[in-house]
Ligand binder design. Structure first.
Ligand code: GLA
Length: 533
């Protein structure tokens, strides 16, 4: 079974990043292929010569170029652009933030400039020679933001290191963590690059104050953009946004919560920040010393070094580093559903693995990620979970009914419940959804069984999830925009005989159990979530 590739949807637009100008990086698909002849421009290690621009050749654009983007955090991100001109035709490979290689065929000429774009990232380039450099007009954010940048000839240190030989595959023992799907918060969906020490502390406070901690949320997870680089000993160093990780962990722990962090098995993360490549054990030891409790490990630039067949070995390397670092750390794989991860995730030491590309804060994206998951039900169990990506509840792109559907579906899927909103400023609707303890109990049921669809008809999907003690959760999802009356006989709901108790988990009320079945009305894009005993 092959998982979906990463970037299937339009670029994310919901990053309120007040001090940063770049768009949020996209989910990445290692499926891109470099056109023959261009690969050599980007690789060393494979023995290919680095091609530098040839000034004798008008307009002199062929070669590999580096475009820098300095950040307020002190980090400088590097995008590589490899151009090859052949007669009237120009092809390009762009490596946005160094994260993935995206081939672009038939670059256009417009008014003497080269014009090309990366659709999935929403980046558009207008390029012309500028002495020994390139002058670039870069537009992103669906054309709302334009910046002028210079690209300089790339040097060998801008290119990829040689891949490490993968470790021999073995089966790592279970780490005993995440016996129910992990619950917490992650910075990415709302904050993107705007996450910093203060946001994390305030989020920890808000998690307690809002009642989320009491409802079971525990992990406060920093996603990408915390990294600066490495010191002389090769130790990972956070950037200016995170002055003291150990102190931050102490702060979070003092509130009874746990702290999570993010990295990549590649040289850089999806955002172009320092990855763990070649420093896996050292980073695991650093995380342990800081007091980190959770690692999200994002494939990203590893796709430039390793084929999909190496996913397991590469993840195993960090899995075993975490298991020997002396601290229990939940291991969360982020590989966009590639490589049938569900079949080998537990062996690589994973507690959860992404089964989809990045979620976005809209109905179609949420449905695509969530409703496609039933087929993976048999791979979820206590200690290791399918992860259809983090929650968007409360980020503003869906209605309250749609967010209830989102949350209910994730609970039916025994999915990790990682809130992705700003916990410091939640509406009451959002708080009520995220802290619905009766729905959360469905997600956290100790049996650890993932639900799946019983039937799909006219946009109405009925899902069932087995719960401990012989109970079950039933969800009636209405994917239509208009309200639907439903009248369902118990056998259609997978319930053999009339149940003794039925409870509506959004109304928080018992439903008078009818001997024949259940009837009700489901709002457009809404859900009825029932506990049936
Ligand atoms: C990828 C992941 C996201 C997020 C970003 C950070 O797109 O899938 O969840 O971690 O990288 O750059």
């Amino acid at each position: 079974m092959e998982g979906p590739a990463g970037p299937q949807q339009a670029p994310q637009m919901n990053t309120p990043a007040p001090t940063e100008t770049s768009p949020k990086p996209r989910a990445l698909s290692p499926g891109w292929r470099i056109p023959a002849g261009l690969a050599g421009l980007l690789m060393i290690g494979a023995g290919a010569a680095l091609a530098l621009p040839d000034p004798a050749r008008a307009p002199g654009l062929s070669g590999t170029w580096r475009m820098d983007e300095p950040k307020d955090s002190g980090v400088v991100l590097h995008t590589l652009i490899a151009l090859r001109q052949d007669g009237a035709r120009t092809d390009a490979v762009v490596v946005p933030n160094g994260a993935v290689e995206i081939p672009i065929r038939d670059v256009r000429t417009d008014n003497g400039d080269l014009v090309f774009g990366i659709a999935d990232w929403g980046w558009n380039f207008r390029v012309r020679p500028d002495g020994a450099n390139l002058h670039i007009l870069l537009s992103y954010d669906r054309g709302r933001t334009e910046v002028v940048r210079t690209a300089v000839p790339a040097t060998a240190s801008d290119l990829l290191p040689a891949a490490m030989p993968p470790p021999a595959l073995r089966e790592l023992p279970a780490n005993g963590l995440a016996m129910t799907p992990p619950m917490g918060w992650n910075s990415w969906n709302h904050f993107g690059e705007a996450v910093d020490d203060r946001v994390v502390r305030e989020t920890a406070d808000a998690m307690v104050k809002s009642g989320m901690a009491a409802a079971g949320y525990t992990y406060v997870n920093i996603d990408d953009t915390w990294e600066m680089g490495r010191d002389a000993r090769g130790e990972i160093v956070p950037n200016r946004k995170f002055p003291d990780m150990r102190a931050l962990a102490d702060y979070v722990h003092a509130r009874g919560l746990k702290l999570g962090i993010y990295s990549s098995p590649g040289p850089v993360t999806c955002g172009g920040y320092e990855g763990s490549f070649g420093h896996e054990e050292q980073d695991a030891a650093t995380y342990a010393a800081w007091g980190i409790d959770y690692l999200k490990y994002d494939w990203c630039s590893a796709s430039r070094l390793y084929p999909k067949a190496r996913l397991r070995a590469v993840y195993q390397r960090m899995g075993s580093a975490l298991q020997s670092c002396g601290r229990p750390i939940v291991f969360s794989l982020c590989e966009y559903g590639l490589g049938d991860v569900w079949t080998w995730g537990p062996a690589a030491g994973a507690n959860l693995w992404r089964t989809t590309g990045d979620i976005q804060d809209n109905w179609d994206s949420m449905c695509a990620n969530g409703f496609s998951q039933g087929r993976l039900a048999r791979y979820a169990a206590p200690g290791h979970w399918n992860d259809p990506d983090m929650l968007e509840v409360g980020n503003g792109g869906m209605s309250p009914a749609e967010y209830r559907t989102h949350f209910s579906l994730w609970c039916m899927l025994a999915a990790p419940l990682m809130a992705g909103n700003d916990l410091r400023a939640m509406s009451e609707d959002t708080r009520e959804i995220l802290t619905n303890r009766e729905a959360i109990a469905v997600d956290q049921d100790a049996l650890g069984s993932q639900g799946s669809a019983l039937s799909r008809r006219d946009g109405v999907e009925i899902w069932v999830k087995a719960l401990g003690g012989g109970a079950r959760a039933l969800a009636v999802f209405n994917r239509n925009a208009a309200e639907r009356a439903v009248s369902l006989a118990w056998p259609e709901l997978g319930v053999a005989s009339a149940p003794s108790a039925v409870r509506d988990l959004w109304r928080h009320a018992d439903v008078a159990a009818d001997g024949r079945g259940y009837s009700g009305s489901v709002p457009g894009h809404g859900v009825i979530l029932l506990l049936v005993k």
